[in-house]
Design a binder for this molecule. Structure first.
Ligand code: UDX
Length: 423
């Protein structure tokens, strides 16, 4: 099938390269010329495991990027909208990019026979229906007679996005039009998973409810951990025992500093905002965000207790990204902790296998070590703030190690002077 993908962030680029690998003819579109050139030169603008190699492979078969949305839409049967939906200060998502793309596609549809537009960006329930109105207004045509629309949420984790793309747990196709649903089903033929057909709002809500439930699991285990720590109970043993119940499952029960990244904080806030707007105040979601916001403070409290005044104390921060295997520092708890420690005049030395370039832009004045081992040398305390497994192999000697991410989630290899944030 001929496919165009609008937006070359994590979602769009993985979707484009992934579909190209599946044999479809794909063109990715972005307004950012630098990104387009980078992709066409074989250099992904984001880091993702295996992406560079796959990009090289699919480029040989015609995969390309462009800033010309008109040509891309004209030459394809289906367009995925994967542009950003940033948050406002109040937690609601801003839809200007999605709306702009819908307007542009609408104009192109004036010159084109049947075409299917698929919203893949994470959007609150009701948004896709609004996009249909925009498409109709700008194309002078009508849904579903002249063009199709669907909502097809993504469930990709950064760091394992390609695996998640090729082995999804499910594909959700939200549309009220059978012809559209059939076309998308055909596109995903060969993916070994259940396909769930829904209407637009159900598809939009499946994405939010999935992320909100995962975030709830995390705040829940962090709260259990906070209680366990006070009572001298090993949270990790408890999490193991709880996770063996097949109704609960072992995943997303690793207690720690709380969740970061581009999805969970934003999506839970957006759902909260939308729920409140609809007249329902979501108490569980509020608590999920509150627990998450307060976790970094727990770490700082323990550090204060251990070192007394932090002024002038040398603190090694290992881990800057919001999780392992990514260079992404968006909403990373490390950033909050760095700011707090700077307010206390601590002397910081930072290390992360992949996140240092992004943090250097935010804090150019700080000291960055060339390895975790170098950072630890001479430190009064070490904070483990990302679950990079290689931090297990550092020689910490006698220095106080405060683990915020459960890097040492079993007792056997822990450093001598070790403490967990909530275990
Ligand atoms: C998430 C969703 O998993 C994905 O389906 C969605 O499409 C985008 O958002 P991602 O943000 O890449 O993916 O990361 P994820 O692996 O889900 O982790 C989110 C956060 O939770 C990270 O900060 C991670 O460190 C933390 N986490 C995860 C824990 O603290 N404990 C755990 O047990 C699991």
């Amino acid at each position: 099938m001929n496919v165009s993908v609008s937006g070359t962030g994590y979602v769009g680029l993985i979707q484009g390269v992934g579909l190209a690998k599946k044999g479809h003819s794909v063109t990715c579109v972005d307004i950012d010329r630098a990104k387009v050139e980078s992709i066409n030169a074989g250099v992904p603008p984001i880091y993702e495991d295996g992406l560079k190699e796959l990009l090289a492979e699919v480029r040989k078969n015609g995969f390309k990027a462009t800033d010309d949305i008109r040509q891309a839409v004209l030459n394809s049967d289906i367009t995925f909208v994967c542009v950003g939906t940033p948050s406002s200060r109040h937690g609601e998502i801003k839809l200007h990019q999605v709306r702009q793309v819908a307007r542009e596609i609408g104009e192109v549809l004036r010159e084109k026979d049947y075409h299917v537009v698929v919203i893949k960006s994470t959007v609150v329930p009701g948004t896709t229906e609004g996009m249909i109105e925009l498409l109709e207004e700008h194309s002078g045509k009508s849904y579903p007679k002249d063009f199709g629309v669907a909502m097809n949420p993504e469930f990709l984790r950064e760091g394992s996005a390609l695996d998640d793309f090729f082995s999804p747990d499910r594909v959700v196709i939200g549309s009220t039009d059978k012809r559209t649903r059939d076309l998308i089903r055909k596109l995903y033929e060969g993916f070994d998973c259940e396909v769930v057909e829904t209407n637009f709002r159900e598809a939009e809500m499946i994405k939010y409810a999935s992320n909100a439930l995962l975030a709830t699991k995390l705040s829940f285990i962090n709260e259990v951990g906070n209680v366990c720590k006070r009572m001298g109970i090993d949270t990790n043993v408890v999490a193991k025992g709880v996770g063996l119940d097949h109704r609960i499952g072992p995943k997303f029960l690793r207690a720690g500093l709380g969740f970061g990244g581009s999805c969970f904080p934003k999506d839970v806030s957006a759902l909260m905002h939308k729920a409140t707007e609809s007249g329902y105040y979501p108490r569980v979601l509020r608590a999920v965000l509150d627990v998450n916001r307060d976790q970094p403070g727990k770490l700082l409290y323990l550090l204060d207790n251990k070192l007394g005044s932090l002024s002038g104390k040398r603190i090694a921060i290992l881990g800057l990204t919001f999780k392992e295997n990514t260079d992404d520092v968006r909403e990373s708890p490390s950033l909050t902790i760095i700011k707090d420690l700077l307010m206390e005049h601590a002397d910081l030395v930072l290390f992360d296998p992949m996140g240092m370039p992004a943090v250097m832009q935010l804090f150019p004045q700080l000291q960055y070590a060339q390895s975790a081992q170098h950072a630890v040398h001479g430190a009064d305390a070490v904070l483990l703030l990302t679950e990079w497994p290689q931090f297990q192999d550092v020689d910490y000697g006698d220095v106080y190690v405060l683990d915020g991410k459960n890097v040492f989630n079993t007792k056997d290899r822990r450093p001598k002077n070790y403490e967990g944030i909530c275990w």
